[in-house]
Structure formats: structure tokens, C-alpha cells
Design a protein around this ligand. Structure first.
Ligand code: NAD
Length: 442
């Protein structure tokens, strides 16, 4: 469903009208393309407090032009503020001193990344200062405008190198619809792909619900990044599924994921050396207020969105089908699972359940199987699902965010591809919202 308002306010008469009426004027996002794969200008690397890490080497490896001084008149496409050494209120003043002179001179679509430390449960001064960074970044994301984004990256000790894939993602047009996020990077073995433009080369991925919408975009993006993709969807969608898989040189697996033998049938469809990336994307809505919701609407949503995710994940892990070290399980939650939504008690319960699954399973899956478990939580994404939403609610969903527009399936797909990378082994147990910093559940 095209966003007519975004188109109008970016035409000359529409811009004039919006300015006169004081209406919001969202900036169309700049996404990744083969012609425009990176940021336009240099990145500024600043420090507040006594840094406990050294991101300079990692930043140098990204191939971006990095400045450590602010030359007058230079506009930057990104700022990385190392605030890992901010341990008290006084050092928070250095955060202000570093960024206050800079924010006005950022390019449109610029990226601001604050590197923080994990709040220390045994040091309430450090914890207060580090938690303060979260409120700071989320507020800055709301102020920046013009397609600019802000994130807080919390680095566990020894995780500067494993943060490379995350820094590359966040300092690129691939993360256009991700803003106001707090992402924790754990210490892990650092692996760099041979070719950062095809980080998934040699990997096998399975995407559920791949016949259309977000799932088709995920399959396409994983294939673009080098993966061999198995596309799964219900047998009724077989024609579309075969078309998506065919275009990507992948294979189609028509299967209802709620089938009692779904785990066995997925395992049987995998290559002999197993699966690297399992993307649980299939999902349904059956909206009604709880007072009007019959039991079958409740149970079908819970079974597709959560029950089947739990069963197939358990089966594939127990069968050893997910490859050690490169194994990735990626769920699809929703901001409805964080904020709740009228008429969606079933859907929100299922999506909150996905978040619970990720948080609980992630540490154990890493220990026992060498597999990471994360989820994306999309906000308003332009798909058939949201085209069915009534006009007024649809408009509110689009505008009630820092970026002032809906996302596209590819925004979710880019985020999943970053989580899926063998270089992202330090990212585990994270729920990353792909929502343009929606006000819902913020
Ligand atoms: P969609 O309805 O366009 O596509 C969902 C796909 O899942 C369909 O192809 C469908 O056939 C498949 N599917 C449904 N039940 C299945 C089953 N039992 N077995 C196998 N496949 C099944 O939806 P979408 O908008 O692309 O959403 C994809 C995911 O993203 C869903 O989990 C959804 O809840 C989540 N999400 C979407 C939005 C949004 O704004 N569109 C927001 C938050 C979360």
C-alpha cells in the first residue's frame, strides 16, 4: 500500500503546504542499493570518560573514513561516541560536551552510535551512568530527524572485535529503519567473512512464510548475501513459493509449520551438513477483542506464531541439525508483543512469547549447541498484513514514530541478515526492534 502522505510531503507543493500547516514532513529513507551501498561521508570517532575498549581498529576495518577531530565545516555521516568509560554523573557531562557541538552538522540519514558498557550490578554509580545513556540515546533518536538514527551498543568486556558486524550494519543504509535500539554484544570468538559483501556465502538458510511479504524479502536478502535458501510456506501458497524460490536459485518446501511432524520434515529437507540459519517468520493475525474472541481464533494464532516456533526449534536443536558456531535461530516478534494492541490479545501474547523464548533459550543454546537465538520485533511494515488495517489506524501506525513512516519488508530482512551472519556470534538473546523508533511500547 503506497504511502501517499510521504510522497505528497516530499513534492514541492506538498512540502510548502505541510510547512504552512505545521504538519510532519518525514524524510524518505535511504536504503541499501548496489549503487549506494555505504554512508556518503566520514564518521567521527569521539570518546567520553576513560574508555575501556578500543573501537579504533574495528572502525578502521570497516573501510569508512574515520576522523577523530571535528574539522570546522566538515559534515559527518556518522558519529561513534565511545562512552564505555562513563562511570559517574560527572563523566556524563563529557557525553554532552562531545555531541552537543556535532549534532547540528550531521548529514541527512546520519548514524549516531553510542558505545556503552554493560551496567554493573555491583556498582550503582556506574550502572546509573550507563543506564542514563539509554534515555539519552532514545531521546536523541527522537530529535535527530531527516532519516537520522541513534543506537546504544553495549559492549561486554572483550567484545570490541565481535562488534564489527554490528557496527558495519548500523553504520550503513541497511539499518535505515532501525533507531532507538539498545543492543548488547557479548565476548565471543571473532569471525570475519572472506567477503563482507557476501557474508553468508556457503551458509544454508530456511525461512518460514517465505511465499510473500516480509518472508519473501528475507529470503531474497539472505540469498543476496550469499546464502542457499530453503523457502517454506503452506501448501496453498505453493505457486508463489515456487516462484520466490526459483528466482533465488533456492528450493521450496510446501509445509504447514503447525503439522505435528513439521520438525522431522524440515530436517529431512536439509542438506547433509545441516542448517546454519533458521528464520521463523511465518505468522498470522486473527483479531478480535477478547470478549468476542472464540477459542479457535486464539489457538490458531498461538499455534502458528509460538507453538510451532517452539516445537520446530526444539526438534532441530535436539537433532543437531543446526550447525555449531554458525547456527542462528531468528524469531519474529512484534512491537504488539511489547506494547499490546486492542483486538490483539492472541497475537500480542504469541509475539511476547517469542521474546520469552529468545531470552531463555539464548544462553543455553550458545553453551550446548554453539547457536545464537535472537528476534526482530517489526513495527509498522508495509505489507498485505498492514494494508488490511483500517485507514486511520494505518496512518497513525506510520506517523507515530521518530522516522514518521512505515518500514518496508527489506528493512526487517536486512536486520535478519545481520543477525544471521557468522560474524554476529557476539549478538545473542537480543530483541531488535525494526520500527523507526515507534512510540508504541517505547
Ligand atoms: P504475511 O501475511 O504477508 O505473510 C505471512 C506468511 O506466512 C504467508 O505467506 C503465510 O502463508 C505464511 N504462513 C502463515 N501460516 C503458516 C503456516 N502455518 N505454515 C507456514 N507458513 C505459514 O505477513 P507479513 O506482514 O509478511 O509478516 C511476516 C511476519 O512478520 C509475521 O510473523 C508477522 O506477525 C510479523 N510482523 C509483521 C508486521 C507488519 O507490519 N507487517 C509487524 C510486526 C510483525
Amino acid at each position: 500500500m503506497p504511502d501517499h502522505y510521504l510522497r505528497l510531503t516530499n513534492s514541492r507543493p506538498g512540502r510548502f503546504l505541510a510547512r504552512r500547516l505545521g504538519l510532519p514532513q518525514p524524510t524518505p529513507l535511504r536504503r541499501w542499493s548496489a549503487e549506494h551501498p555505504g554512508l556518503d561521508g566520514p564518521v567521527l570517532h569521539l570518546t567520553a570518560g576513560r574508555s575501556t575498549t578500543d573501537p579504533a581498529a574495528v572502525l578502521a576495518r570497516t573501510g569508512l573514513t574515520v576522523h577523530t577531530d571535528r574539522a570546522p565545516g566538515t559534515r559527518h555521516s556518522g558519529v561513534v561516541l565511545d562512552a564505555t568509560g562513563v562511570t559517574d554523573v560527572a563523566a556524563l557531562g563529557e557525553v554532552h560536551a562531545a555531541l552537543h557541538p556535532v549534532v547540528r552538522d550531521l548529514d541527512d540519514h546520519a548514524r549516531v552510535i553510542v558505545l556503552g558498557a554493560v551496567p554493573d550490578p555491583l556498582d550503582h554509580h556506574q550502572a546509573a551512568a550507563q543506564q542514563a545513556l539509554e534515555g539519552f540515546v532514545r531521546s536523541l533518536g527522537k530529535e535527530l530527524g531527516k532519516g537520522r538514527t541513534a543506537q546504544l551498543l553495549r559492549l561486554a568486556p572483550g567484545s570490541a572485535d565481535p562488534a564489527e558486524s554490528t557496527l558495519r550494519f548500523l553504520l550503513s543504509p541497511r539499518s535505515a529503519f532501525v533507531s532507538g535500539q539498545v543492543i548488547e554484544i557479548g565476548a565471543s570468538r571473532h569471525t570475519a567473512p572472506d567477503d563482507w559483501t557476501r557474508p553468508l556465502a556457503g551458509r544454508t538458510a530456511l525461512v518460514t512464510g517465505a511465499a510473500r511479504g516480509i518472508g519473501a524479502a528475507v529470503a531474497g536478502t539472505l540469498a543476496r548475501d550469499g546464502a542457499q535458501v530453503i523457502c517454506l510456506d503452506v501448501p496453498q501458497a505453493e505457486t508463489d513459493l515456487a516462484e520466490v524460490a526459483g528466482q533465488l536459485g533456492g528450493s521450496a518446501l510446501p509445509l504447514d509449520i503447525t503439522a505435528s511432524d513439521a520438525g522431522e520434515r524440515i530436517a529431512a529437507a536439509l542438506p547433509a551438513d545441516g542448517l546454519d540459519i533458521l528464520v521463523h517468520n511465518a505468522g498470522i493475525t486473527r483479531d478480535r477483542r477478547l470478549a468476542n474472541m472464540p477459542g479457535d481464533r486464539w489457538s490458531s494464532v498461538l499455534d502458528v506464531n509460538l507453538g510451532a516456533v517452539l516445537r520446530t526449534t526444539d526438534h532441530l536443536l535436539a537433532a543437531g541439525a543446526l550447525r555449531r558456531d554458525t547456527g542462528r535461530v531468528i524469531g519474529t516478534a512484534s512491537i504488539a508483543g511489547i506494547a499490546g494492541n486492542t483486538g490483539q490479545t492472541n497475537y500480542a501474547a504469541s509475539k511476547a512469547g517469542v521474546i520469552g523464548l529468545v531470552r531463555s533459550l539464548a544462553p543455553r543454546a550458545a553453551d550446548r549447541h554453539g547457536v545464537t537465538v535472537n528476534a526482530v520485533a517489526p513495527g509498522f511494515i508495509e505489507t498485505r498484513m498492514t494494508a488490511a488495517v483500517p485507514l486511520f489506524i494505518r496512518e497513525a501506525g506510520r506517523r507515530m514514530s521518530s522516522l514518521g513512516q512505515g518500514g518496508r519488508p527489506v528493512d526487517v530482512a536486512e536486520t535478519i541478515s545481520w543477525l544471521a551472519s557468522p560474524a554476529s556470534s557476539g549478538v545473542n538473546g537480543q530483541i531488535v526492534r525494526v520500527c523507526g523508533q515507534s512510540l508504541l511500547g517505547a
